[in-house]
Design a protein. Sequence first.
Lengths: 85, 410
Amino acid sequence: MSIREDLLFDFAVNMPRILVTGRTTVLDNVKKLLVLTEHEIVVYNGQRYTSVTGHDFVVTRLKEERMLISGEVEEIRFFKALQTD
Amino acid sequence: MKWKKFGFLKHYKRIKVEGIQINKVINQCIRTGIALRNLKWKGPLESTMEVQAEDYQKLKKLAGHSYRFTTIHDGGVIALFHSAKANILTLTGTFLLGALLFYQSLFIAEIRIEGYRSIGETELRQALEEAGVQEGAKKRGDYKAVKQKLYENFDQLTWVDISENGRLLEVSVAEAGRQEAAEENGQKPVHIVAEYSGTIERILPLQGNARVQKGDYVNKGDILISGRYRYQSSDYSKGDDYFDFYSHARGQVLAKIPVQKCWCFEKNTRKKVPTGRFVAGIYLRVGDLELDSTAKFANYKAAVKTEKTVFQVTRLLPITLKLLKVEEVTLQENPLKTAELRKVVEAEIRAYEKETLGKDEGVVNYDITYTESQGLIKADVLMEVLKEIGKEKPITIKKEKKSAKPEKNQ
């Protein structure tokens, strides 16, 4: 990564940033929680929305815009705007 | 705020939140920086989560009256202390039990001795007790002095190991094997020689040739039963020369030997006469703690203390309860009479006979001479003692040499 990309990655505070390792998921820049169930979590990151689907979800920690999720992740989706039914 | 980072460790609450759109409550937390933990979705109208105790009221205030908060569990160090405070009696009991278990583990409950053969277990236990190691005594960890004591008391010990196994003290010993030595000696050629000078009273050779007979006077070192035979060969390969055959001589030789003993006695005998005054009390020992109720009250110049053990246990904790009686006495001195003196000397002779002499041995005759000095009476006793005087002496075997004629066996 170039310096520009590095800076963008570190300082893009309104963009989704997600790290998945096994059953643990780290979701950064969480501005707002929209949906929270056992199978789905949808959050707003400021400019984008992030949807994580799977099962056995438990939010093990929610602090300083960082959300740690424990559970099996099946799908991650990013939206620009919320979908309308 | 210093403790903020220890918030959950310090005190947290697991709460149940009930209401419509619980997301709003969570979003309030995100906005205001309230940390949440273990957030679980239970249903559209219910969720559980953990929040720091100091943020709980703030959270309730932010949520308003639209939501119901129920505390399910209190956790963290403070909650643990509160719980401990509520169960103080249980905790104290547990602590006391733990302390008791620990305290009783400092004492020896059982001593197991292994490896002894010729030494009796009672003797070993006696020696251990003299060294301060017995059931109910405090564990030491270092038993060097005890080992030293055992080595001093029993010459035949070659190795002693003392190890603690919980409250069990395992004493392992190894002996040089007097028995082994004796077995080994049983194969060695030996003579039976006189240990003392005296007149032979009885000789019973079990193996070997008797060299003396009843009535003979022998000096110390004389051969009594010989372990050497001289025989003439009937083997063709050796010819008809005389050869020596050696054996382990065995037998009993009793002889009358003179023994001189001297005992000294005080001219006056002391007698304890009770005055009739006494103090009764108890002695209680629990672990290391001792209580003697007579110690302060019985301040007599001379006293006789009698005690009776009522209760004594070494497990779970060494506890001893004794009844004590301290009687005041006065000491009276009476001059020793001749008849009494003779009785005392005869008792000493009997004690000597019992302690020193064996089964077939004994004092045959004795003569007592008294001499008086200042404060003392000296009794010189010349005794005629029937004593086993046979002692094994190994034979040094020289290279076998044949001779043409028979020799006197030696």
